[in-house]
Each structure stands twice: as structure tokens, then as C-alpha cells.
Write a protein that binds this ligand. Structure first.
Ligand code: DUC
Ligand code: ZN
Ligand code: ZN
Length: 460
């Protein structure tokens, strides 16, 4: 199988030029002007951008959570991701407290293998750090290709670890060349405020938002970056949603600490007015909650300045029926929302088209930085000879409207219903195969491959 892409404008984190790209089997073989090679498929990309495939470093597919499962599984979730230009996702394996990491990995392999349509990798969430878990860290990094770990500083009783476990895990991950990510919100503070609201009869989704004020995020972020400084572990804060939390990361980086920040597309595009809609606001019940316009502005600035390195989704959809579990009590609404399909186009429309970020910065936060931070570069995240042929041919001028009626995610609502955006993923190539063309999927379930990752080598 060979493909020749003609006359597209190739954009990477560093480049911007018109060229032809020749792909053979799974890899990029040649890049040049007026290439005269024969190919099985020739694609005219004149007046289009040619981007590296998107990488979403934070998704939850088929995730057991709050008494149910996220509604996209590996098949529907990675397929929807492909429609939106995301060719690789990183999901979170989640250890069950009392069980081993390996048992959790087996469980997640069972969900993903043979089902994924697009490529995927795993972070390992450690919810119970003890002598047994400690002994598994090296193996995860060196044998399984899982080089990043995750902790939760909230969700006590199910996912949260305490600071003593956190420090222990940090030393162990550092020792073996891994990276530690965290959900940085203060679980005890949040649990207290939730209980207080409930005791006062304040039970609507608005109180989900009001139970997680900015300070609950900034305090935990500061504590996490301080602990990471003490141990020297490379650190990454997932779904940074607030300006104050980002300021702590900015401060930490001034002492030359390796600390990275991820935000999610919903925190860049939406604001807390989504919580003014009665029970409909359950659609946006996620943690952290959507914040204020000043936080949006701070996060866009953080991207531009390089303090925020990645834009993810925390894709964790639940149907409206699933959300009804919290009709009478906001604390029972499953936390999460759909977005895996919308990330790249929204980032382009809201970021590049509106003049907030450059084309090269777009590629940085859409794919290149995630590939570098998580040990997949230059296999993923760029367009170069020898890289995986993961490519998005993108029309920067096509206007379209986001809607649950047309999206491919297994969720009966869209977080962005009715929003008109400019720029559309037209043809998506995954490891040398045309995966999506003309709004049709052309690869089967099972085509998606697990990507074993390398130790952390690059500093972005
Ligand atoms: N936040 C969510 O909204 N969903 C899944 C887990 C999380 O941290
Ligand atoms: Zn989280
Ligand atoms: Zn998450």
C-alpha cells in the first residue's frame, strides 16, 4: 500500500512549507517537491494543511466510574477520535485498591485489544501505593512500555492516594525514568463542601460547580509541584482549568523543575454560564468544573507562552440517561463529558482562526508535545521521513456546525451543540492507511495498535 499526497502545506511544530509526501506501508518514505513516484492512491492536498495526526493524551474509554461505565468504548471512542483528526489516544488504566497494577493492565488490555480502531497507549493510575505496587513500577516502564503514571488527589475511598503514598511513588517513578501525572484537586476540601451543600438542600448541578472553587485546584497543584520538586520526578498536571493553578506551575518551572501542564479544550472554549441551565447543566458536570472567562484567557496565554504544553479532552462521556442518576443529588451525576472528536477542530477554529495561537503552536499542543513528553517522538507527533504516516489533511476554510446529530461519539448530546466552527479534517491517514475520507470510516475495529512508549527523554 502506497499513498502520494500532492501539494499540501505541511505544518509541523517547526515547519511550514508546500511539498509532496510519499507513504509506503506504515511510514513516511519521502518528502519533496514534484515527487514522481507511482503510488496506489494519490491525494490532491492543494490549498489544504497537512498536519501530523492529533494525539489526545487524556481519555477515559469504557471506564468504570461512579457506578457506571463511560459510554464510548474502544471501538466507538477511537473511531470518533479519528473523525476528528486524533490518530492516537492515551487512556488511563486504573488500579483497583487492593489489587495489582498488572491485574488492572490485563483488564484494560481486555477492553482495548481487537476493538480499537485508532492507535492507543496507556498511563497507569496508581490508587494504592504499597510495597507490592512499588515492585511493579520498573516492569511497567521497561517491559510494558507504560512510562507515565497517574495519581488522583481527589475521589477519596476509590481513587485518591495520600501524600505519603504520593511521595513514595514519585521516588520510585523517578528512579526508573518515568513521569508522574496527577488530577490535582483537594479531595478532602471538596468532599467537605459537597456535604455542606447537600445538608443545606442545595442539590442541583450548579452546586457541583460551587463545590470545587479554584482554591481546591490551586492548593493541590501547588502541593503536587512542591512534592515533585523534592523528589525530582518529571511531573505533569492533567486538566489544568484555572488561572491560579497555572500560576503555581509557572512558579514551579522558575526553579528549573520539569513540570508540564495539560489543559482541555472545554476549559478553553466554555465558561461557567453552562451551570445556569437547571438540570441540563448535568451535561457539563465534570471535575474540575468549567471555570470563568478570566481562566480561559489565562489558559490561552499559557499555551502561547509555553507554560501549557498539551490540549487534551478528558473525554469521559455519559448519556443523558446515565446523567439522570444525579437528578435529585448533583454528587451522583457521573463526572465527565464527550469531546474526543471535537478537540482538534475546535483548537484550530478558536485558537488559530481567532489569532490566539500560531499554526506551529497548534501542532505543538495538538500532537508534538504529547509525543515528546510521553515518549513517542518522532514516531508520532511530526511529519518526517521514518515517522508513522499519521496525517490529517485539513481544509482551513470549511465551516460546519457541531451537533450530536452528526458526531460519531456514543453520546446523545454534544458539549458544543450548535457551535459553528471553521476548519475541517477531510482525510485522515493512520499508519499508512486512509482511515477516514469524505466523512466515511475506512478502517475496521482491531486496526488500532497499542503503542509501547519510551522513557521520558525530551524536555519540551
Ligand atoms: N474527571 C471527570 O470529569 N471524569 C473522569 C475523571 C475525572 O477526573
Ligand atoms: Zn481528573
Ligand atoms: Zn481524566
Amino acid at each position: 500500500m502506497s499513498i502520494l499526497i500532492k501539494n499540501g502545506r505541511v505544518i509541523t511544530a517547526a515547519d511550514n512549507y508546500i511539498a509532496d509526501i510519499y507513504i509506503e506501508n506504515e511510514k513516511i518514505k519521502l518528502i519533496g517537491t514534484n515527487l514522481t513516484v507511482n503510488a496506489d492512491v494519490v491525494i490532491d492536498a492543494e490549498n489544504k494543511f497537512v498536519f501530523p495526526g492529533g494525539i489526545d493524551p487524556h481519555v477515559h474509554l469504557d471506564m468504570p466510574f461512579m457506578g457506571t461505565y463511560s459510554s464510548d468504548n474502544y471501538e466507538t471512542g477511537t473511531r470518533a477520535a479519528l473523525f476528528g483528526g486524533t490518530t492516537t489516544v492515551i487512556d488511563f488504566v486504573i488500579q483497583k485498591q487492593g489489587n495489582s497494577l498488572k491485574a488492572a493492565l490485563n483488564e484494560w488490555n481486555g477492553r482495548a485489544e481487537g476493538n480499537a480502531v485508532g492507535d492507543y497507549a496507556f498511563h497507569m493510575s496508581v490508587t494504592d501505593f504499597n510495597e507490592d505496587t512499588k515492585a511493579e513500577i520498573k516492569d511497567m516502564i521497561e517491559e510494558e512500555g507504560i512510562t507515565s503514571f497517574k495519581t488522583f488527589m481527589a475521589y477519596k475511598g476509590a481513587l485518591m492516594i495520600d501524600d505519603k503514598q504520593m511521595i513514595g511513588l514519585m521516588y520510585e517513578v523517578k528512579k526508573h525514568g518515568g513521569l508522574l501525572t496527577t488530577h490535582a484537586t483537594n479531595g478532602d476540601m471538596i468532599d467537605y463542601i459537597v456535604a455542606k451543600h447537600k445538608s443545606e438542600g442545595k442539590l442541583s448541578p450548579l452546586y457541583h460547580y460551587l463545590s470545587q472553587p479554584e482554591i481546591t485546584e490551586s492548593e493541590a497543584t501547588n502541593r503536587f509541584t512542591d512534592m515533585a520538586y523534592q523528589t525530582g520526578v518529571p511531573a505533569y498536571v492533567v486538566h489544568v482549568s484555572s488561572e491560579d493553578a497555572l500560576n503555581h506551575i509557572r512558579d514551579a518551572s522558575k526553579r528549573n523543575q520539569k513540570v508540564f501542564a495539560e489543559t482541555c479544550i472545554q476549559y478553553l472554549v466554555l465558561d461557567a454560564s453552562v451551570y445556569d441551565k437547571g438540570f441540563e447543566s448535568a451535561k457539563w458536570v465534570m471535575s474540575p468544573p468549567i471555570r470563568e472567562k478570566k481562566d480561559q484567557a489565562g489558559l490561552w496565554a499559557g499555551i502561547d507562552q509555553g507554560t501549557v504544553q498539551t490540549v487534551a479532552t478528558d473525554h469521559c462521556p455519559f448519556t443523558l440517561e446515565q446523567k439522570k442518576a444525579g437528578e435529585k443529588d448533583f454528587s451522583k451525576i457521573p463526572n465527565g463529558a464527550p469531546g474526543i472528536e471535537n478537540r482538534m477542530e475546535l483548537l484550530f477554529s478558536e485558537g488559530v482562526r481567532k489569532g490566539k495561537i500560531s499554526l506551529n503552536k497548534f501542532v505543538d499542543v495538538n500532537s508534538a508535545n504529547a509525543a515528546k513528553i510521553f515518549g513517542m517522538f518522532p514516531q508520532k507527533g511530526t511529519i518526517a521521513v521514518g515517522s508513522d504516516a499519521d496525517i490529517v489533511i485539513f481544509d482551513p476554510n470549511e465551516k460546519h456546525t457541531l451537533s450530536a446529530k452528526t458526531h460519531h461519539m456514543n453520546c446523545d448530546y454534544s458539549s458544543y451543540e450548535g457551535l459553528e466552527i471553521t476548519g475541517k479534517c477531510k482525510t485522515i491517514i493512520l499508519r499508512g492507511k486512509v482511515a477516514v475520507d469524505d466523512n466515511k470510516i475506512l478502517v475496521e475495529k482491531g486496526y488500532g495498535k497499542f503503542i509501547k512508549r519510551n522513557k521520558v527523554t525530551a524536555i519540551v
